[in-house]
Design a protein around this ligand. Sequence first.
Ligand SMILES: *Cc1c(COP(=O)(O)O)cnc(C)c1O
Length: 388
Amino acid sequence: MSASDAVAPPSEATIPLVRPWLSGRENEYVAAVLASGRLSGDGPFGARCAALLTALTGSPCALLTGSGTDALEMAFLVLDLQPGDEVIMPSFTFASTANAVALRGAVPVFVDIREDTLNLDETLVEAALTPRTRALLPVHYAGVACDMDGLAAIASKHNLAIVEDAAHAIGATWRGRALGGIGRIGAFSFHQTKNVAAGEAGAILINDPALVASAEEVWEKGTNRRRFHRGETDHYDWMRLGSSYLVSEVVAAILLAQIEMLDQINALRLRLWQRYHRKFEALESGGRIRRPIVPPPCGHNAHIYYLLAEDRSERDRIIAALGRRGITAAFHYMPLHSSPAGQRYCRAPFPLDVTDRQSARLLRLPIFAGMSESQCDRVIEAVTAALR
Ligand SMILES: *Cc1c(COP(=O)(O)O)cnc(C)c1O
């Protein structure tokens, strides 16, 4: 039985928002792991995943983690972020981006996003810096790159680390460079809702060679066990604060099959993305919606197709109309600065008007590698009808 046989074909009747595409060698690799008896982390399947990720990004070191959340948490242990330190990030993101900083007793500082890409507005970052600012944490929303030139200039001028939340962005680029491989550290997510899906998994990319030894220790419970396994020391010790961020070989096996299909997955998604984009052009010029904007330096990976409606009530009305036709659309993110934990742990030095306005207007449409063109056309038809 092949992996694709094991997964029921998506029903034409209802269209989910996302669905993993398990059409590669997942079953074969998982069976090989189980037969080998080598189940714990840092094994041969994990090594093959890491090799593909370093080749993709040019990073000297990729470590698989239990989730994208783990990768972000790990990043700030590796950077030794201290209580009271500050990290600049958007409020328009998932909770994990801010948790990673707040868990260290440090302060997420929210800066507004750009109208076009919904990414951190690099022109507003400098005004939010204080003597406690240690890092910038840009999120490449929908797999469309932040302005990495602008952010890198600020980071080098003020001696700040850049940690890329590249949870959406595997296979996407900025001026031809792979996202996740540009900052000092990058984080990928392989949650089942992401382009490359292993259930719950992630990876941290340690792009600064000076941080690799520390990162390996943080990853292995704060010990130098990895050096011991390489025969570089005759025992291993507790060296620093760390945790268990490794993933089992069973998960690495699924992940390997998925990463091997990265180009195929992203190509299938891009075709659907472009189909939406073409067909919604008329609605945009009619002034009813706004389509995503991808600046020329960005090579995106079609992680999300979203529309911006006129306002919140129009957005909610479209989502409800799609729901009645069996199509799952969704909105996100509830801006973190308005959330209970955001108010408790974070700071927003300036108003976040673009964040508030765009997040209230945004709806996500179904997109996944196994989605058919006729399903895509049904969604287009339903959106068009809802706006009539
Ligand atoms: C999915 C996601 C994460 C967390 O990844 P998990 O693998 O689900 O832990 C972090 N940041 C962003 C922007 C995400 O979309």
